[in-house]
Ligand binder design. Structure first.
Ligand code: DUC
Ligand code: ZN
Ligand code: ZN
Length: 457
């Protein structure tokens, strides 16, 4: 079965051009202009065609703080697909003391046959010893080329020596690691002080995780990476000082990749100071939302190419789950939903407001994550031979974001009331029309596990 998408404008990481796309089965067969025979034609004139978006930072079906995320692979990936994301890379997370293989099996059990978009896994390293080291080559053989380490969270954090050794080994094997950077010890101390003072509301959340303690952890991590002579990814970077540390490391000659998230580009910490507990608690995530002034630094970082990817850190909890911290802000499960809105938000508040170009949006949502995480050119580009993963974006179809219209398994949306500039008309996953005008057309999960290769960014 061949399909011709006729009349659209194709967006690439380098620019845009008027071109038609011929799909043959799951692949793109031809890109160009002029007559082309096809079994069916779809008129996409006036629309922008992006390569399917890749969300390289999701947490589906994850146990956090005595509860489990509201979205599992089924509901989370359905929401992702509705938002134009045709591939997610989720964080497989073995418990401390368990093998990486155990964690990988567990994540396959959670995801296989239940995922609506294509998917891969990063592997969390929360311990370092000879048996974990010995497991690494087989992780690569199983399509895991990227890893994650935490400089905070007692259940997952790993010490400087172990980061150093893990980075050296990953460098030897050709892998890459992403890091959650916040200073654990000082944050613990600040939390203890707030608790002793009886300041237990969500307003204490941003005050105990200030931006400079993120910058400190970024700086320390980058020095460890320097010692190991290894490339690293800083995930969910939120602020100017942290980005300055990255600039310094790059000037020293280090290879550093940076991810930020829509919540840090578009929301700010004032929401935590709302007297209404529920209105504030729903925004609790780590790192926290920052002062509004940080947003412009992040947009600028995207424009100058200092930030390579925008992923969501989708980690959703219902309002009832967020209620767990009424008596103590540290009991609020941390994380925000985001997979369903990322593409439209980045277009509306980035491209339409001229903060970034459509080509830059293509780079940070599709091309760069595909390259960085070993999916390119199968994913991340519209060219012959690539998977026919396509987002058809209609710049005329503006609407208001409302939780009640969304399909994620969560009863609020952090962007409630945001007005979009245009919207997603269609999402194609490997040649199949999967979403149209906000409706998910596929009934059974058809996502495939993507064994990934090495970084080519
Ligand atoms: N931060 C969150 O808010 N949730 C999930 C994990 C993380 O780092
Ligand atoms: Zn994190
Ligand atoms: Zn995360």
């Amino acid at each position: 079965m061949t399909t011709l998408l006729r009349g659209g404008t194709i967006i690439t990481g380098a620019g845009q051009r008027r071109a038609d796309l011929l799909l043959d089965g799951e692949k793109i067969a031809w890109v160009g202009r002029g007559p082309q025979a096809a079994d069916r034609e779809v008129d996409v004139s006036g629309c922008f065609l992006f390569p399917g978006f890749i969300d390289a930072h999701t947490h589906f079906d994850l146990d956090v703080a005595n509860t489990t995320t509201a979205d599992d692979f089924c509901t989370g990936s359905r929401a992702a697909l509705r938002g134009g994301t045709t591939t997610v890379i989720d964080f497989a997370c073995p418990n401390k003391g368990e093998s990486l293989h155990h964690g990988l099996d567990l994540w396959h059990q959670k995801a296989d046959g239940r995922t609506f978009c294509d998917y891969g896994f990063h592997m969390t390293i929360d311990d370092w010893n000879e048996s974990i080291r010995a497991e690494l080559p087989d992780m690569f053989a199983q399509g895991i080329s990227s890893f994650k380490m935490y400089l905070t969270y007692p259940a997952m954090m790993i010490g400087d020596r172990d980061i150093y050794w893990a980075l050296k080994e990953l460098k030897r094997l050709g892998g890459i690691a992403g890091f959650h950077c916040e200073n654990a010890g000082v944050i613990d101390g600040m939390i203890a002080e707030r608790k002793a003072a009886g300041e237990l509301s969500p307003a204490s959340h941003p005050r105990t995780r200030p931006p400079y303690l993120e910058a400190e952890a970024v700086s320390r991590l980058l020095r460890i990476a320097q010692a190991a002579d290894a490339p690293v990814v800083i995930v969910h970077l939120t602020n100017r000082e942290a980005l300055l540390e990255v600039d310094h490391a790059r000037k020293r000659g280090q290879t550093v990749y940076v991810e930020t998230c829509p919540q840090y580009l578009l929301l700010d910490e004032s929401v935590y100071f709302n007297e209404d507990y529920s209105a504030a608690a729903r925004y609790v995530c780590a790192p926290p939302l920052r002062d509004k002034a940080e947003q412009e630094h992040l947009w600028k970082g995207l424009r100058r190419g200092a930030i390579q990817t925008v992923s969501t850190d989708h980690c959703s909890f219902t309002l009832a789950q967020k209620d767990m911290g009424r008596e103590d802000f540290t009991k609020i499960p941390g994380g925000l939903p985001g997979v369903e809105t990322r593409g439209e938000l980045l277009y509306s508040y980035g491209v339409a407001k001229r903060k970034i170009s459509a080509a830059q949006m293509c780079r940070v949502l599709s091309e760069n994550p595909a390259r960085l995480y070993g999916l390119y050119p199968r994913k991340g580009v519209l060219r012959p031979g690539s998977d026919a993963d396509i987002v058809v974006y209609d710049p005329g179809a503006s609407h208001v974001i409302r939780a009640e219209d969304c399909v994620a398994n969560v009863d609020y949306n952090p962007y409630e009331g945001f007005v979009t500039a245009g919207g997603i008309r269609q999402v194609w996953l490997r040649g199949q029309l999967s979403v149209e005008n906000g409706k998910v057309l596929v009934e059974a999960p058809a996502g495939k596990y993507m064994a990934r290769g090495k970084n080519s960014l």
